[in-house]
Design a protein around this ligand. Structure first.
Ligand SMILES: [Zn+2]
Length: 256
């Protein structure tokens, strides 16, 4: 399996980053993309990926929550980092109007800059969208990037899925699918999700699969729980889902 989103820079992994990676490798995860969400974490994730470049890669970007850290100097630095060979995607970037930790105009400026950067350096875009679908699609359509796209942690319904598939996006599915309190539209959407477009992810330390009740912190070792439930809902064999999603992720990130 390939976990396309692990926020290893989170405080919650501060004391056992290496153990978390080792447990994942013991639990059938072969590859991990370490997610950068601001300049500092992007740089830290790249440094860790460099220690195990056959199994790890990283992304470099500014999460919409951190869009107020998008300044001329941080952006110059981030552009330099994004060109490193083991940084396999630009992001995560996008729009998040759920909690608006950064003002929306700033989020939009920051998002546009990432799309332009990805085009310039010809790297795929790792996209985040929450409660901002129509603005998100408008910006994607305006700039119409030609690089591969993944919309990670997809939680919307069939209509949104169709629009993303029409634009050639890969779709990242997290443990949200295991949460029967809020997965209803997602369960409907994955009926229409082709195996050729699916990626799986934990988004650890967030979104612990809900049936693992006593475990508060998610980690990449739990990726199989996402695969199992998603396969069940897509009505496909779990081994087929794993084979396809792993190949899709390797193609997306350009991991040989
Ligand atoms: Zn995200």
């Amino acid at each position: 399996m390939f976990d396309i989103c692990v926020n290893l820079d989170s405080d919650r992994f501060a004391s056992d980053q290496q153990e978390v990676l080792n447990r994942a490798f013991e639990c059938g995860v072969q590859y991990i993309a370490l997610t950068g969400s601001n300049l500092e974490s992007s740089s830290n994730m790249h440094r860790i990926a460099m220690q195990d470049p056959k199994r790890l890669c990283s992304t470099a970007g500014i999460h919409p929550h951190d869009a107020d850290s998008f300044t001329e100097s941080s952006w110059t630095e981030l552009k330099r980092l994004a060109k490193q060979p083991l940084v396999k995607a630009v992001g995560e970037c996008g729009l998040d109007f759920n909690r608006n930790f950064s003002p929306s105009p700033q989020q939009e400026t920051c998002f546009r800059a990432h799309i332009e950067l990805a085009e310039q350096i010809e790297k795929p875009l790792f996209l985040h969208q929450r409660d901002a679908f129509s603005d998100f699609i408008r910006i994607v359509d305006e700039l119409s990037p030609s690089v591969p796209l993944v919309v990670h942690c997809f939680t919307d319904g069939p209509r949104e899925l169709e629009q993303l598939l029409d634009r050639g996006c890969y779709i990242g599915i997290t443990g949200w699918i295991c949460d029967d309190r809020r997965n209803h539209q997602l369960l409907e959407a994955v009926q229409y999700l082709p195996l050729e477009r699916v990626l799986i992810e934990t988004d650890a330390p967030w979104l612990t699969p809900r049936h693992l009740k006593k475990i508060r912190r998610n980690e990449p070792a739990f990726l199989i729980h996402v695969a199992n439930r998603l396969a069940q809902e897509m009505k496909v064999n779990v081994n087929d889902l794993i084979a396809h999603s792993t190949l899709n992720a390797k193609t997306f990130f350009g991991m040989a």
